[in-house]
Write a protein that binds this ligand. Sequence first.
Ligand code: NAD
Length: 370
Amino acid sequence: MDTILVTGGAGFIGSNFVRYWLCGPSTAREKRAVDTSRTNRRLINLDKLTYAGNLDSLGELLEDPRHVFVQGDIADGPLVLELLQEHRPQAIINFAAESHVDRSIDGPAEFVQTNVVGTFRLLEAAREYWSGLPASERERFRFIHISTDEVYGSLGPEGKFHEWTPYAPNSPYAASKAAGDHFARAYWKTYGLPVIITHASNNYGPYQFPEKLLPLMILNCLEGKPLPVYGDGQNVRDWLHVEDHCRAIELVLTRGQPGETYNIGGDCERRNIEVVEAICDIVDRLCPELPHRPCRSLITFVADRPGHDRRYALDSTKMHQLGWYPQIDFAKGLEDTVRWYIANRQWVERVTSGKYRRERLGLGKSVVTS
Ligand code: NAD
């Protein structure tokens, strides 16, 4: 793959993927080793730059000649087609989405617009471009649609989601992702567009917008603000480090089968309260000067999210068969993430300089909790 088009590459997972694709895993970047297998890569990054998309997350990559950033909407069919025809990528990876469940409760329309209509327009442009390719290039082309485990609904205490688990989305976010997935699947079945759908579990790591659980808790710990835990805190999520996710996507791109779907789970189930307590303990240890320690005293149980899924867990056997397993241990990944937010307060200031002020979302109205 010499050239790929990535959408949503200024968001959390997208920006980590852009960095991973062009510069390799973080261990190699720390050693400043040049990965020559990546020097010929080009990446076109189409992002609308919503509140969740930030050029600050791309930093040095904005100067990299292998990276072409374009501000635009995946729902803008003519723009997408123009980019495809100009840059002639061998694959599209669709990360672009409205991604926050709480926001989908307060305002579902944007979710339908990007996650359903946008995905449909992107598929249409991809189909038109792909149909005009010579047969050998058509064969090689891939459309990777990044989806979520949330489309499967909620689990009881036992079992895991498989790729064949029926969809049962419970939030407007999950419903919009499910609808986008159905269009992606239909474009494979009906037109033969080589689509692959991935379902990842909850990602964590650097560059995540501070409305999501981990960065919100880390930052509130650092600032001595209440740590709002929804409901009884017993909801279980399966945590996946974003770099493990990026490795999985690269593998799916090169070794995945068109028409297939792949679950990408961290095999790391944790109750929300356990995660929050672990963050508190890490912050206590890393920042002994904080006057409000122990941070656990900041934990505040708040009204639950309407329709809050109880438990997610993914069976990732198909990914294991491709040779992928998560490599980043949760305790280490979590501590590294806390360290990253401590070291990158300026990034936090810049991405939250707009309207969002870490207020409570997802109750159908905005309630300030801190
Ligand atoms: P994010 O909200 O951090 O980033 C989304 C990006 O998409 C932003 O840069 C935003 O500007 C861009 N975008 C939004 N609407 C757009 C549009 N119409 N056109 C072009 N760009 C647009 O999201 P994320 O957490 O990085 O998630 C990326 C993808 O992974 C999403 O599809 C999400 O559903 C999926 N996913 C996320 C997780 C997770 O834990 N974060 C887990 C599983 C799957």
